[in-house]
Design a protein around this ligand. Structure first.
Ligand code: ZN
Length: 132
């Protein structure tokens, strides 16, 4: 549990902390942090540092990136189930994605353990996951 109120989610991330919220009514975690619990809508929440550990369930690649990511190198992105329960969709490192065959074969290996880390993507520090 974090005693003080965190700065913004992104400021915490830049400092290396992955912050979510834990519900004092149902005990579930919400990530990224929101003002209400994603399970029971309670607003009795506390900010908490997340483990950064998760499981990758699916990934693909940015073959046709949106305008905002057009200048970025092609990257893999996928769906991570955080150890605390929430699902998060983000950039994935340490997986093969140069061809559709590699992506298909990589997905056949899933689920795999992944670990979160802050990284700058398209000019903003975001949470990405890499093979643990
Ligand atoms: Zn709740």
């Amino acid at each position: 549990m974090i005693e003080r109120a965190p700065k913004t989610f992104y400021e915490e991330l830049e400092a290396g902390r992955i912050v979510g919220t834990k519900c004092n009514d149902c005990g579930e975690y919400t990530f990224p942090p929101m003002t209400a619990c994603r399970h029971c809508r309670s607003r009795d929440l506390e900010f908490t540092e997340m483990s950064g550990e998760g499981t990758l369930h699916y990934y693909s690649s940015t073959m046709m990136p949106s305008k905002r990511f057009a200048d970025e190198d092609r990257m893999a992105y996928g769906m991570v189930e955080l150890a605390e329960g929430p699902y998060f969709f983000t950039k994935i490192e340490g997986v093969e994605f140069a061809s559709t065959d590699q992506i298909r074969e990589g997905n056949e290996e899933l689920p795999i353990d992944v670990r979160g880390k802050p990284e700058e993507v398209a000019g903003k520090t975001v949470l990405v996951f890499e093979r643990a």
